[in-house]
Design a protein around this ligand. Structure first.
Ligand SMILES: Cc1ncc(COP(=O)(O)O)c(C=O)c1O
Length: 388
């Protein structure tokens, strides 16, 4: 058998850590490596595979579109694009009017920032400590921390990063130059700490009061991850711009920037386009995803999330600092040994991912059952016990 690990290391740019398993296929909640070893997927490829693997309605929609039309430039009309656009805007809520389609989360953020500048004619943004919005230059400017940014200074425009979950900090940071606030309703990469109840609503109220834009980055928290279609729906927060990505197109690359009529009115033709944005293949994936991300599925996310978290909170170990999250976006902060935990979980057949400096992040597909949660919990507890 060829050494694909070696080949990938040799031929792919060295920007990713190597988990050292060759994954070949997936079914349901499981991924299989080239030797047939089975892994429980508790990471959904960083939040993408929300229905697990081989979910028939999604696969059928995508494969049927594959044989019809894969790509079509946005200057031509297409049924799937028109329908997916109506569906996503309506699903986000009555305050939204249009969508701009792209191909990744970072691109969705780029569009949001440009649209905010066009709308307000200002370019100062308030962002947050530990925020993650992606790594293209605009998104990177909104992202916090030297880790990803230092090598590329100076970055774009004027971004101030303030304390998350502190409403006074937002109030103090707003001035006459401010275009808007860009915020994750629950920080993903930053460590999965939900803000205090009511915080997001207060941020919205401050934005309204000062006539600046609220940009919600729901790329990780949206598309059902917290048990609501948008995490902000739980708090009845309506933004000016919402960004989605990850699993919105059933695994086909996608970015979506959804915005109000007031923003739409300020976007001129040709100012921002993308060859692949809104391609019919991705749009067919979006339609199928929105059709199947129904109330029972969202209820399962909430129910399994609550159960999973309550189980994890039962573990008594000096290694564990805190268990937190929302829905199926769960983090366990540990004192140290985080990467050892990830490695041992993988050896035991469970795939989990890191967040922040010391957090083990669980982002399982929404189809996870109680029995599968129990299995993951048992393995996690064993790993923690062994390492404590
Ligand atoms: C909250 C958030 N915003 C933006 C991004 C960037 O998305 P992408 O990696 O698709 O560019 C991510 C990716 O993890 C994310 O979690």
């Amino acid at each position: 058998m060829k050494d694909y690990s070696y080949l990938q290391q040799k031929w792919v740019a060295n920007t990713y850590p190597n988990r050292n398993i060759v994954l070949e296929k997936g079914k349901g909640l499981y991924l299989f490596d080239q030797n047939g070893k089975k892994y429980i997927d508790c990471m959904s490829n960083y939040g993408v595979n929300i229905f697990g693997y081989g979910y028939l309605p999604i696969n059928k929609a995508i494969s049927s579109q594959l044989s019809k039309l894969i790509t079509l430039h946005g200057s031509f009309v297409n049924k799937e694009r028109a329908e997916a656009s109506q569906m996503i805007v309506e699903r986000c809520g009555p305050s939204y009017a249009q969508v701009y389609w792209s191909n990744s989360g970072a691109e969705a953020i780029e569009a949001a920032l440009k649209f905010a500048v066009l709308t307000t004619e200002k370019n100062k943004f308030i962002a947050f400590s530990h925020a993650y919005h992606g790594k293209t230059l605009g998104a990177l400017s909104a992202t916090d921390g030297d880790k990803y940014k230092k090598a590329f200074f100076p970055l774009l425009w004027d971004f101030v990063h303030i304390k998350y979950d502190d409403i006074t900090a937002v109030e103090n940071a707003i001035d006459e130059k401010t275009a808007g606030v860009i915020i994750e309703p629950i920080q993903g990469e930053g460590g999965l700490t939900p803000p205090k109840k009511g915080y997001l609503k207060k941020v919205q109220q401050l934005c309204n009061k000062h006539n600046i834009l609220l940009i919600l980055d729901e790329i990780q928290s949206g598309t059902g991850r917290t048990g609501y279609f948008l995490s902000s729906h739980e708090d009845k927060v309506e933004a000016d711009v919402v960004c989605l990505g990850k699993g919105l197109a059933g695994g086909i690359p996608v970015g979506a920037t959804i915005f109000t009529q007031a923003v739409a009115n300020k976007i001129p033709k040709n100012i921002h386009t993308s060859t692949f944005g809104g391609n019919p293949l991705a749009c067919a994936g979006v339609i199928a995803t929105l059709q199947h991300l129904n109330q029972p599925m969202l209820d399962n996310v909430r129910k399994m999330g609550r159960y999973f978290m309550s189980q994890l909170q039962k573990i008594k170990s000096s290694l564990i600092v805190e268990v937190r999250g929302k829905g199926l976006m769960i983090g366990v902060e540990v004192k140290d040994k985080r990467n050892e935990i990830l490695k041992k979980m993988q050896e035991e057949g469970v795939l989990v991912i890191p967040a922040g400096e010391n957090v083990v992040r669980f982002l399982p597909p929404y189809i996870i059952t109680k029995e599968q949660v129990d299995r993951v919990f048992k393995i996690f507890k064993k790993v923690i016990d062994d390492l404590t």
